[in-house]
Ligand binder design. Structure first.
Ligand code: NAP
Ligand code: ZN
Length: 558
């Protein structure tokens, strides 16, 4: 049912495997039903759960997955039974888009705990089709799961409230953590944590941030309003704060020890965990028993409470602190999120960046590998070339699936007899070809500053040339040889590259993120093969680097 065609066409960005790399994806949404609203998505927050999902950290991701459950947009269609919303209304959608609506739990407005809850993405919808999230242009949602956005909140900065906001608000209410004057610890200062600090202050609590990042201290206090800041890796600071907190809300996204947190609690203290690390945490029993302490959990919130939380934010002017990004920055944003390097939530400017993306497109987003079969490729097919007088690991590394290749323009050539420029390259061996339709696919990354360099080539042509295609980088643009520019702004983000060489048709095609960006004639030659890496050209920068992952060679099926 995953590929079922519905009537409303949609474009988004999806991860297709556990590499977690997102690229453009075409799919469809169901027709707007009588209880549905169709929403044009303006903004979508980037939750750490999105990252867990695209990487299949929890083991239940179905690919392709379009993440995103912090959605703000405008209503474009309403069903005949929809009274709550009108076309043009600004609305929000969070982590859930459905539940049974009839069980005891739903009757208590706790749809989030309904056994038949439907999540905004990576879930099975009522009709058996797959749900896709907010990194996309439109979404169709049952009105019951659509929220009103208070007028004074901005669309971009309030998007994170739809998940991060309710996830910390709900347990603070349920576990009695909103009592003025009490002392709250917030463990982990990321998307959830920074909103918890703001709620804590709005409830009149004393708030201490418990963090592994000392560099977040001054902002936590001066900008977010925390009363104090504790570095959780400093035993002296932990000791000084022993037994001082009434509650801790633990938003940490990775496996971490609970003992230090339990030690910070007073007698009868409560530790509420909302973070969802991929492996179980160890629960020390003695500090629990001896201090009559409690450990609890909580999962987002029901629809009624989510609306209450949004209205509370409207009243107290609570917004998230965000870094607004374009959709094509998402792969880099995920890398930074994994390193806790975000202040404090990435939000995608979906409407503007998807539109821009289409405007510069030559054609529609497609999967260039359709009709091709991947050929077996292992390490012996990837032959590394590097300056002959150095050791390989002085110019090349391979870690977590990423090939990193670098070279200096003062380096020696790859062999003592070669008169060519310095290079560190991967040459694909075992698949030299002289006929047929061949394809190179990989995800590439060029760090800012690398310039005057060839990063990918189709080797082989008739003299006087040596290559059929060179993709180079000059001052941040990806170019066909020296010119023209194929795409601007390639620095510091992962992009999906597909190069198709049709030998008989004498044609090469270059796809970036699934869009045909360049077509060029072939240049003859008796045989060809693919290469990627860094090969210095004219006007090269002193240092050149490129990174590659997911390298594949494919051949068109006969
Ligand atoms: P986030 O923005 O990445 O923030 C998590 C913070 O945890 C980081 O900023 C970092 O803060 C801290 N941290 C990360 N790795 C750590 C480590 N190894 N040891 C100690 N601290 C570490 O993530 P988020 O979007 O707030 O989400 C946090 C977690 O909540 C995720 O696991 C997410 O899946 C889960 N979540 C749960 C629900 C729910 O309903 N229960 C809803 C949404 C999200 P410092 O730099 O301050 O140390
Ligand atoms: Zn979330």
């Amino acid at each position: 049912m995953a590929g079922t065609e519905h009537s409303q066409k949609s474009t988004g960005w999806a991860a297709t495997d556990t590499s977690g790399i997102l690229s453009p994806f075409h799919f469809s949404r169901r027709e707007n039903g009588s209880d549905d609203v169709t929403i044009k998505i303006l903004y979508c927050g980037v939750c750490h759960s999105d990252l867990h999902s695209v990487k299949n950290d929890w083991g239940f991701t179905n690919y392709p997955v379009v993440p995103g459950h912090e959605i703000v947009g405008l209503v474009t269609k309403t069903g005949s039974d929809v009274q709550k919303f009108k076309v043009g209304n600004r609305v929000g959608v969070g982590v859930i888009v459905g539940s049974c609506k009839t069980c005891d739990i739903c009757q208590q407005d706790l749809e989030n705990y309904c056994p038949r809850v439907i999540f905004t993405y990576n879930s099975r919808d009522r009709d058996g089709t797959r749900t896709y999230g907010g990194y996309s242009d439109i979404v169709v949602v049952d009105q019951h799961f659509v929220l009103r956005i208070p007028e004074n909140l901005s669309s971009d900065t309030c998007a994170p409230l739809l998940c991060a906001g309710i996830t910390v608000y709900s347990p603070m209410k349920y576990y009695g953590m909103a009592e003025p004057g009490k002392h709250l610890g917030v463990a982990g200062l990321g998307g959830l944590g920074h909103v918890a600090v703001k709620f804590g202050k709005a409830f009149g609590l004393k708030v201490t941030v418990i963090s592994t990042s000392p560099k977040k201290e001054s902002e936590a206090i001066n900008k977010l309003g925390a009363d104090s800041f504790l570095v959780s890796t400093d035993p002296a600071q932990l000791k000084a704060a022993t037994g001082t907190m009434d509650f801790i809300i633990d938003t940490i996204a990775a496996v971490h020890p609970l003992a230090p947190l339990l030690g910070l609690l007073k007698m009868n203290g409560k530790l509420v965990t909302v973070g969802l690390p991929d492996k179980p945490l160890e629960l020390p029993i003695f500090p629990l028993v001896l201090g009559r302490k409690l450990v609890g959990g909580s999962d987002i919130g029901g629809m009624k409470e989510t609306q209450e939380m949004l209205d509370f934010c409207g009243k107290h002017n609570i917004n998230a602190d965000i870094e607004l990004i374009h959709i094509d920055y998402i792969n880099t944003a995920f890398e930074r999120l994994a390193k806790s390097d975000v202040r404090y939530r990435f939000v995608i400017d979906v409407a503007n960046s998807l539109a821009m993306f289409r405007a510069v497109a030559w054609g529609p987003v497609i999967d260039p590998t359709k009709g091709f079969i991947p050929l077996p490729l292992n390490e012996s097919n990837l032959v590394i070339q590097w300056p002959y007088d150095l050791l390989q690991d002085q110019r090349y590394s391979f870690s977590h699936g990423v090939h990193k290749l670098w070279v200096f323009n003062t380096d020696k050539p790859h062999t003592p007899v070669s008169k060519t420029n310095p290079r560190t390259e991967i040459r694909i061996e075992g698949y030299n070809y002289s006929s047929g339709v061949w394809q190179f696919e990989a995800f590439g990354y060029i760090p800012c500053g690398t310039s005057g360099v060839c990063v990918m080539q189709v080797f082989g042509s008739s003299p006087p040339h040596a290559t059929t295609l060179m993709l180079r980088v000059y001052n941040g643009s990806l170019t066909y040889y020296r010119e023209p520019v194929i795409i601007p702004n390639v620095y510091d983000k992962w992009f999906r590259l597909n190069v198709i060489h049709d030998v008989e048709a004498n044609k090469v095609e270059v796809y970036i993120n699934g869009i045909l960006r360049y077509e060029a004639p072939g240049r003859g030659g008796t045989y060809h093969y693919f290469k990627c890496g860094v090969y210095a050209q004219d006007d090269s920068s002193y240092y050149m680097e490129s990174r590659w992952k997911g390298i594949r060679v494919l051949k068109k099926c006969d």
